[in-house]
Write a protein that binds this ligand. Structure first.
Ligand SMILES: Nc1nc2c(ncn2[C@@H]2O[C@H](COP(=O)(O)OP(=O)(O)OP(=O)(O)O)[C@@H](O)[C@H]2O)c(=O)[nH]1
Ligand SMILES: [Mg+2]
Length: 351
């Protein structure tokens, strides 16, 4: 059995890569399974895999490291229920120290498994952090991002299709300077050749026992996590042409988030369990949905931004009020959870 761990900051493209890989590998007859992970409970990523009948499990209410037994139980369940040969396990984007707390325990307690670790990074965030312009995230959040890269054996720089060839050259130079000893991939995950290079690389790089555990200050790490607010909300949009109302609402939430100056980690929506809309920064174009007649839409929102739970709860309610007062839609809020991740307390930490 192979276990491919994916780490990397919020919105860096982990789920997209797993999804693209899963579709391709299942078509090729491989038995694969997916484990997603989040601090919350009502989750877009899991909803997406479930909707497409891709064997999947989730570790909820905290990262893999703090819920190691759940991760292991889910590996076992995928083996027993689906006889999987390959598992992709995506750790929550605010998590780091994966080598010491997840990879090494897996190597020790599941010695038969071959385990790889790839660390994803959005090229545009790298541009901000490695280039001249500093990102506006708080230093403690950037600490997590930087620690994720530091512990990586393979760094997958994603979304290269969104920047110019010259900008990519610059990033490649900077990455080579800083992380030249690591395997560096530059990827457009929607490009089949790019995806194949990543899959071939992780397949060939499961000798991960040489990866070093981080030197890390857990107080700063915890501070970074706590500066991020999490909001999970399921809701229903009803009225004539409810998809149009959903589009208005999604864009209203995004615009209000930007207007408030809350730095976006990932603002993601799942529409009727199947269509995902993502905002991963504060300078993105508005979303455009494929609109067809529908009188009701189920919308799931997972919001991870630099703010407080109270502020983003308020923002969602204001956005709903704006849409209801401007248009003829009814918005019903169902399950909701708003919180800040707690102090990370890994079950195992192996040096
Ligand atoms: N253009 C482009 N978009 C990408 C690429 N990879 C991912 N995306 C987009 O980036 C957004 C976020 O992708 P996800 O795969 O959900 O990111 P994630 O790392 O799983 O996010 P979290 O689970 O919140 O940490 C989605 O809109 C994807 O379509 C890429 O290589 N190119
Ligand atoms: Mg994801």
């Amino acid at each position: 059995m192979k276990i491919h761990l994916l780490s990397g900051f919020l919105g860096s493209g982990k789920t997209t890569a797993i999804h693209q890989a899963a579709v391709q590998l299942i078509q090729a007859g491989q038995k694969i399974g997916v484990i997603t992970n989040d601090q919350g409970m009502i989750l877009v990523d899991h909803g997406l895999f479930k909707n497409q009948n891709i064997p999947s499990k989730q570790v909820i209410n905290g990262c893999f490291c703090c819920n190691y037994q759940d991760l292991d139980d889910n590996i076992q369940a995928l083996l027993e229920e689906h006889q999987v040969e390959v598992i992709f396990a995506e750790s929550v984007g605010s998590c780091t120290d994966i080598v010491a707390t997840v990879l090494k325990p897996l190597l020790q307690y599941r010695p038969i498994a071959q385990v790889s670790l790839s660390t994803f990074a959005d090229v545009r965030l790298l541009q901000l952090i490695l280039g001249e312009n500093a990102s506006s995230f708080d230093e403690s959040i950037l600490y997590i991002f930087k620690k994720q890269l530091e512990e990586a054996g393979i760094i997958v720089v994603t979304k290269i299709d969104l920047i110019s060839a010259e900008a990519l050259d610059e990033i490649q130079e900077l990455m080579q300077e800083k992380f030249g000893e690591k395997i560096l991939l530059y990827q457009n995950t929607f490009d089949q050749d790019s995806l194949k290079t990543w899959l071939d690389t992780i397949d060939a790089n499961t000798q991960t026992s040489q990866l070093k555990s981080l030197q890390i200050d857990y107080d700063t790490y915890a501070q970074g996590e706590a500066r991020l607010a999490w909001l999970d909300q399921s809701m229903e949009v009803s009225g004539e042409n409810a998809l149009q109302g959903t589009e208005y609402l999604i864009n209203e939430i995004y615009h209000k988030t930007v207007a408030q100056g809350y730095n976006i980690g990932h603002l993601k929506f799942l529409i009727d369990g199947e269509t995902k809309v993502s905002f991963t920064n504060n300078f993105q174009a508005a979303a455009q949905l494929n609109i067809f007649p529908k009188s009701s839409v189920n919308l799931l929102l997972n919001m991870r931004v630099e703010s407080t739970p109270e502020e983003i709860q308020h923002l969602i309610r204001e956005a709903c009020r704006t849409i209801e007062s401007q248009y003829d839609y009814k918005l019903s809020l169902h399950q909701e959870a708003a919180f800040q991740p707690g102090y990370p307390r890994p079950i195992f930490r192996m040096s």
